[in-house]
Design a protein around this ligand. Sequence first.
Ligand code: NDP
Length: 399
Amino acid sequence: MSKVIIIGAGGVGNVVAHKCAQLPEIFSEIILASRTVSKCEAIAQDIEARHGRTIRTAAIDADNVAETTALLLAEKPELLINVALPYQDLTLMDACLAAGVHYMDTANYEPLDEAKFEYKWQWAYQDRFKEAGLTALLGSGFDPGVTNVFCAYAQKHLFDEIETIDILDANAGNHGYHFATNFNPEINIREITANGRYWEEGEWHEVAPMSVHQVYDFPVVGEQDAYLLYHEEMESLCQNIKGLKRIRFWMTFSEKYLTHLKVLENIGMTSIEPIEFKGQLVQPIEFLKAVLPDPASLGPRTKGKTCIGCDIVGTKDGKKKRIFIYNSCDHEECYKEVSSQAISYTTGVPAMIGAQMILRNLWKEPGVWNMEQRDPDAFMEELNLRGLPWEVIELPLEG
Ligand code: NDP
């Protein structure tokens, strides 16, 4: 029986709040706090209507450490679930330390003025969380999150040694718009317009954005165009999976999506450099976010499925083998359950499970942790129970 505070009432916050509300025996009291309190209230009403549970709401500016600390001291939750934006990670970690509250998020810190995400800023909190006897769990979404746990599970049960990991993320859903991003457009576009990067034999290799491509035959959604991107879970996995020789990350995009993105990029609309407009400084990408469809509005329109998983090659009992461990999720089913499309769903469900792992004392250990550093078994069981069932298939070895 634990009290939690969820910070952020966007697409992911909505799913986390719904999923926590479905488990009153673990999440006995829920507060949903965000910058725009009316969004929290709308979610609270939906939860009341669907599950007959009352959750409380609050307005908070998570950039303000003193304000957040005061709210935490007044409410005394056991855990803070950060599903605001990556820009708030450090201020929320500071507030948790000041108020003695465990911390969890789904995306690593990114400075507002530099399109660069790295764990170094959050790993630097290791000693402070240890000394305070508090747990910080980083990246408990799908990717990062479930993908890290899939790798930990493969390392524990399926292989003696892992050689290569390819993480593949396919969204074969269709929302009917010419162009829209499935989660926060600013975060999404910053991620995919940056150079791609992968890790091999102890070194990072950089490639131009969207310049490395393969057609991958996914279970459930079939052949899709996948592009090599940098993604944050590789930074910790290359350190924590023993014997690893190479790790890459691929995301699928349609030709239509890439054409729109190219045009927006070419005319400067994806830039984070502020420009002066009518006497005001405006970041083009922020303006673009304002004209694009709100990801939360895609839910009722999106049809089709996602498939996200890890293609892993390694050895077991002296024999080389290759597996794909994955989940596939249906946009319309997700919408029926929690009024959200599958991208927010596949992030929000693991956030709720990560929270459970801490509150059930399974993953509670002072310090700052990436997901693959925890025992995967209970988390994997929960995925099957809470809406994200997974499968493992054997694939032929290449070459
Ligand atoms: P949204 O933009 O839909 O929602 C973000 C929410 O955070 C909004 O309610 C926003 O408030 C609130 N917020 C922003 N700044 C502040 C602030 N200073 N103080 C308080 N609240 C604030 O994003 P998503 O729900 O799509 O994504 C949430 C997080 O999940 C992001 O960090 C994203 O990177 C991560 N993510 C992780 C994935 C994974 O698999 N690991 C996949 C997808 C997303 P307001 O509405 O007032 O602006």
